[in-house]
Design a protein around this ligand. Structure first.
Ligand code: NAP
Length: 465
């Protein structure tokens, strides 16, 4: 009989993992969901088929019914707290699997406590960002007794993951050592990319050639992070893909682990310094590790060309403005820790400087208006789209209206005379007006900042932590 599963921790990672468990895990009973903030459990349950999940109010309530209990929570303290709650119930014969990234020593202590209560334990951190969790493409690193891992294995590759790096019958902490080591690779890579792009900018080589070099030489996760940096994706995200707080926790653990064996992780130390800047600026739980690029170039704005402070704190509007400018002037946008809403316009030799300056002035006046009430702010965003983003089309609505009015006048006078003339007139005029309204609504809607299309097909390169 298939085991009853329980899940504790429905953050960025947990939600996607549960979705895949429900969809591909061949579960016979509803997956029991527990999250400290209950609303997250309810929200997730609402997105999954009815009867496939069961939300519980307390960890104890779920543990009583469960055979396998999964945890994936923020940090060491949260894991200890969750396991304390698990152990308040009788866990004899049950299996506890922790997927959080914690210090190897913490995993060992937690495992000892679980095993002392007659349960089995597996420490299985995962590689892959929330998008990979959502797509079922994580890499699991399970460590613990093979007999226990074999019970867990049906839910890894092909369900929540794409591969395993197994540590069967190895100490619980071995998987976390690999996880922390692996995360230093990521952190060092992001630092190298951030420094490379900054150097490219400052030496006048340009960002694009550096990106091409990265793509041609390394590709994969390097290209993913490179894109996240130069397109400014990292400061437009509502939720970071890899938060500065979590990254600093991992670096701290990695440096401690290395220190214990006499290794000094100098590169990780440097990455941590940059991440501190990101955390101070954006907030540790909000800033993404690709923000290291912004941390590296606080003075990039003063480099060549024009720069404009959009001041429009909606990233959608800022991006639209930037993409318009980019089309026209080979510009690109960047943000810095101090000035997250700056657009840097790098003007090439063919550009019309006066036009750029006019756009800059418009941005500035939009900014002045923007600092008013929220309602007004929405309108400013809306109209700034019309007047700045797509200034080429600014008269389209008026021109369209004039054309339709002319057609209506034409229909009025040219409709065949006779008893059906009124029917002809009204049919034609209503048809013209309806066509205009349909076009008008579609045209306005695509400019509205609140429905800016968002990318959901995150590239594989983004899927690594
Ligand atoms: N994000 C990544 O790219 C990634 C990749 C691989 C591994 N990881 C690791 O996976 C773990 C979770 O990451 P995440 O990105 O999902 O984090 P997250 O989005 O910040 O979610 C954290 C989860 O932990 C819960 N939590 C925090 N403190 C708690 C406590 N004291 N007691 C009970 N629950 C608590 C939160 O509950 P509330 O909802 O109530 O706040 C939430 O469910 C971390 O260890 C992280 O290092 C992350």
């Amino acid at each position: 009989m298939a085991p009853q599963l329980m899940w504790i921790g429905l953050g960025n990672m947990g939600r996607g993992m549960c979705k895949n468990l429900v969809q591909k895990g061949n579960l016979e009973k509803p997956l029991i969901l527990y999250n400290r903030t209950k609303k997250r459990s309810e929200d997730l349950a609402a997105t999954l088929p009815a009867g496939k999940t069961e939300v519980v109010d307390s960890i104890q309530e779920g543990v009583k019914k469960a055979d396998i209990i999964f945890t994936i929570v923020s940090n060491d303290a949260a894991v200890k707290e969750a396991i304390d709650a698990v152990l308040q119930s009788d866990v004899k014969g049950k299996l506890v699997v922790d997927c959080s990234t914690i210090h190897p020593d913490t995993a060992k202590q937690v495992a000892e406590r679980v095993v002392a209560k007659g349960a089995e334990f597996i420490s299985s951190p995962v590689f892959g960002a929330p998008a990979a969790a959502d797509a079922g493409l994580l890499v699991f690193v399970p460590a613990g007794p093979k007999s226990a891992i074999d019970k867990f294995r049906p839910f890894t590759t092909g369900v929540m993951g794409r591969a395993e790096i197994p540590f069967d019958d190895k100490p619980y902490e071995s998987s976390l050592k690999l996880k922390l080591l692996g995360n230093t690779f990521i952190m060092n890579m992001v630092t190298v990319l951030g420094e490379g792009f900054t150097l490219g900018e400052k030496t006048g080589v340009g960002v694009e050639p550096v990106k091409q070099l990265v793509d041609l030489l390394f590709g994969g996760v390097y290209s993913g992070y490179a894109e996240r940096m130069i397109k400014g994706v990292y400061w437009q995200m509502e939720e970071p893909l890899f938060s500065a707080d979590n990254a600093r926790k991992d670096i701290g653990h990695a440096m401690n682990m290395a220190k214990d064996v006499g290794v000094d992780l100098k590169l990780a130390k440097q990455a941590d310094e940059y991440l501190k800047v990101v955390a101070d600026h954006a907030g540790g739980s909000k800033g993404d590790i690709a923000g290291i690029y912004g941390a590296l170039a606080p003075d990039a704005l003063s480099l060549g060309g024009y720069h404009a402070r959009s001041g429009i704190t909606s990233s959608t509007t800022t991006v639209s403005v930037a993409s318009h400018l980019r089309r026209q002037y080979s510009t690109y946008q960047t943000s810095t820790p101090k000035h997250p809403n700056y657009l840097r316009l790098q003007v090439d030799s063919n550009s019309n400087g006066a036009r750029v300056r006019r756009l800059v002035q418009r941005l500035e006046s939009a900014h002045a208006l923007f600092n008013t009430t929220p309602k007004r702010r929405e309108w400013v965003m809306f109209w700034s789209r019309l007047t700045i983003y797509d200034s080429r089309y600014r008269y389209s609505i008026l021109i369209g209206l004039v054309i339709v009015a002319a057609m209506c006048v034409g229909a009025w006078f040219l409709s065949p005379k006779g008893e059906n003339q009124t029917t002809w007139r009204s049919s034609l005029i209503i048809a013209f007006i309806s066509c205009y309204l349909m076009w008008f609504i579609t045209f306005m809607a695509q400019l509205h900042p609140l429905i800016e299309p968002r990318r959901s097909n995150i590239k594989e390169g983004f899927q690594h932590e």
